[in-house]
Design a protein around this ligand. Structure first.
Ligand SMILES: Nc1ncnc2c1ncn2[C@@H]1O[C@H](COP(=O)(O)OP(=O)(O)OP(=O)(O)O)[C@@H](O)[C@H]1O
Ligand SMILES: [Mg+2]
Length: 398
């Protein structure tokens, strides 16, 4: 078994390598109580310190003038293979980091600027693994291997998290483009009224725009929906850390937006989507991107259910209500409903009765809603339809 180093024993020795002196000072100041800190401003100095002291952990910045952090770790790996190697880096250096993690060069990868609690945890973990490797090299190797997987998971989680934001801009922008659609017809008419106002090339472009606009917007829309679905699935696997204090500023906008994202599915199923409730619902405690995902899941499920029952002309009704701190949003469909055995299994990962279904949707809803402090209730009657109720909370302050 691994054990924490006995506090009576000497502190674990950590070598921190960074060319910026302010970073070195902060590092030393943050961790000197629990660890014996050695500082180096570059790879050469670090290599020298490693040969002079029984270093247990090396934490290095990736970008440094001269030898990079990765080169340094490579040197240390061959001269002192047991030292636990960690790197601090920014996204721009992603490719070499991935390679390094895969090759076992780096045990832990930390994002810049580092977070005190995360780095402290990593250092304690590193000291434990180092001592475990004294007692049981096989166990230590296994721990390091598992850790590599975890590192890749962390990396994926931060990527997913960071991709969401540009993606949601794109989605809003596509929506805006669709709103601007009348401008295309207008331009064409103007051109007909004043055929000489534009050059030949401009005329051609206006003509092309008027025929291609709808397809272009629809393609961008399906592309972003696809990417966001992929991210959603990935996120549900790696479960990125929850952002504290997340809130939707105005939920009705999100409801309408989610409905617009489902247009392809609802139109194909010939399903109308209606909203009934207040015009504005402010400050709901959940992330906008999460509420969007939840609603997209539910609306899509409803439309797919109606379509599978081959009952065109069905409807999906989204209702919202605010009572004190409670915000209730429900999505109802008049599709085929579900037998009680199915309702019972809802939320189980990979449970799906749909050809081509992955069975992630409802599970995702359960997880996101409960993480936001809310809950989900399901009502379904065979032959009549299904209603999924989301109970969320108003964010208090502001
Ligand atoms: N509104 C609904 N009406 C009838 N059945 C539903 C409804 N919503 C969900 N279901 C049933 O619950 C199952 C699980 O739904 P869930 O959204 O989790 O997965 P999926 O739709 O099958 O796949 P995914 O959403 O991952 O593409 C569905 O396969 C379907 O049998
Ligand atoms: Mg689904």
């Amino acid at each position: 078994m691994m054990s924490r180093p006995d506090p009576a024993k000497r502190k674990p020795i950590v070598l921190y390598v960074d060319d910026e002196s302010s970073n070195r000072i902060v590092f030393q100041h943050s961790f000197e109580e629990e660890f014996q800190i050695l500082l180096a401003e570059g790879a050469d100095e670090a290599t020298m310190l490693v040969s002079q002291h029984p270093v247990e952990i090396v934490v290095t910045d990736q970008r440094m003038p001269g030898k990079s952090g990765m080169d340094l770790l490579e040197t240390i790996k061959s001269s002192h293979p047991r030292i636990i190697r960690m790197v601090v880096t920014a996204y721009t250096d992603l490719e070499p980091i991935l390679r390094a993690v895969n090759e076992g060069l780096v045990a832990r990868y930390l994002m810049k600027p580092w977070d005190y609690a995360e780095l402290r945890g990593a250092l304690h973990w590193g000291a434990e693994v180092f001592h475990a490797s004294e007692e049981d090299a096989v166990l230590a190797a296994r721990v390091l291997k598992t850790e590599r997987m975890a590192t890749l998971g962390t990396l994926a989680a931060s990527l997913v998290h960071d991709l969401r934001q540009p993606l949601s801009y794109m989605r809003y922008n596509v929506e805006r483009l669709v709103q601007l659609r009348p401008a295309v017809a207008g331009m064409k008419r103007l051109l007909e009224a004043a055929p000489d106002a534009l050059s030949k090339e401009e005329k051609k472009a206006v003509g092309a725009l008027s025929t291609e606009f709808d397809d272009l917007a629809a393609d961008i829309n399906s592309g972003t929906v696809l990417i966001s679905d992929l991210l959603r699935d990935l996120a549900s696997w790696i479960s990125p850390a929850r952002v504290e204090g997340a809130r939707v500023q105005e939920a009705v906008h999100v409801i309408r937006f989610a409905a617009s994202l489902c247009r392809t599915v609802t139109q194909r199923a010939r399903v109308g989507v209606t909203y009934e409730g207040p015009e504005r619902i402010e400050n709901v405690s959940i992330e906008a991107s999460e509420l969007t995902q939840i609603l997209v899941n539910l609306i899509t499920n409803g439309a797919q259910a109606i379509e599978s029952a081959d009952r065109p002309g069905g409807t999906i009704m989204i209702r919202a209500k605010v009572e004190g701190r409670q915000v209730s949003i429900s999505v109802s469909d008049d599709g085929p409903g579900m037998p009680p055995e199915t309702v019972e299994k809802l939320g189980t990962l990979f449970f799906s009765t749909r050809a081509g279904g992955t069975g992630l949707g409802i599970n995702q809803c359960f997880r996101l809603v409960s993480r936001a402090g809310g809950d989900v209730r399901i009502e379904s009657t065979e032959g009549e339809g299904t209603t999924i109720h989301l109970h969320l909370l108003k964010a208090f302050d502001g």
